[in-house]
Design a protein around this ligand. Structure first.
Ligand code: FEO
Length: 190
C-alpha cells in the first residue's frame, strides 16, 4: 500500500477512535472501560506506526566497515541521505522536497563513486573495471527511475527508488566494497 494511502487510512482510524472515545465517554461515563479502550488505541497507534517506520530506515552496522575511513564515512553519509530521502517521501513533504533530497543523494553517490574509483586506480585494483561497471549500472538505473518519476505516478516511483537504493547500497557494500577495501587497505590506502 502507498505510504500516502497509509496516512489517509490512519486519519480515518484516528477520527473513528476519537469519535468513539467522545461518544462512549458521554454515553457510558468515565468509570466504564470501553471509552478508555478507545483512548488506549489512540495512544498505541502512533507508537506502533513510528516503530514500523523506524524499521524501514537503514542503519549503519559495524559489519559494513571495510577499514578505509573515507569510504566508510561516505557509506554512512549515503545511508543518512537515503533515510532523509525516504522520510521526505513518507511524510509527503511535496515533490520539490523529494526531488531535492533525491538530487542530493545522487550527487553524493557520484562524488563517492569518483573517490572510490580514484583509489582503485591509484592502487591498480585488479577488479577495477567490474567494480566501476556496477557503479555505472546503478547510476543508469537511478536515471531511469528519475525519468519515470518525472512522467509517471511519482508516488509509486519514489517508493521504488527508495527500495532499490537501500537494497543496492547494502548489497554493494557487503559484497563488493568490502572486498575492494580489504585490497586497498593491504595496498596501504587510507
Ligand atoms: Fe561504495 Fe563501490 O561504492
Amino acid at each position: 500500500m502507498h505510504t500516502k494511502t497509509n496516512m489517509a487510512v490512519l486519519a480515518i482510524i484516528f477520527s473513528f477512535l476519537g469519535a468513539g472515545a467522545a461518544l462512549t465517554f458521554f454515553a457510558l461515563g468515565v468509570m466504564h472501560i470501553v471509552p478508555w479502550l478507545f483512548v488506549a488505541a489512540l495512544i498505541a497507534i502512533p507508537y506502533f506506526t513510528n516503530l514500523n517506520e523506524r524499521r524501514n530506515f537503514l542503519e549503519w552496522k559495524e559489519d559494513f566497515g571495510g577499514g578505509i575511513e573515507c569510504i566508510d564515512d561516505d557509506h554512512k553519509q549515503l545511508i543518512n541521505l537515503i533515510n532523509q530521502f525516504e522520510a521526505a517521501a513518507n511524510y509527503d513533504q511535496g515533490e520539490q522536497f523529494e526531488e531535492e533530497a533525491l538530487s542530493e543523494l545522487v550527487d553524493y553517490t557520484k562524488h563517492h563513486f569518483a573517490i572510490e574509483e580514484k583509489l582503485m586506480q591509484e592502487h591498480s585494483y585488479p577488479e577495477f573495471e567490474q567494480h566501476k561497471a556496477q557503479h555505472e549500472a546503478m547510476i543508469k538505473q537511478v536515471k531511469t527511475f528519475l525519468e519515470s518519476y518525472q512522467t509517471d505516478d511519482s508516488e509509486q516511483t519514489i517508493e521504488e527508488i527508495a527500495a532499490y537504493l537501500k537494497y543496492w547500497l547494502v548489497n554493494h557494500i557487503i559484497s563488493v566494497d568490502k572486498k575492494t577495501a580489504r585490497f586497498l587497505s593491504e595496498a596501504g590506502a587510507q
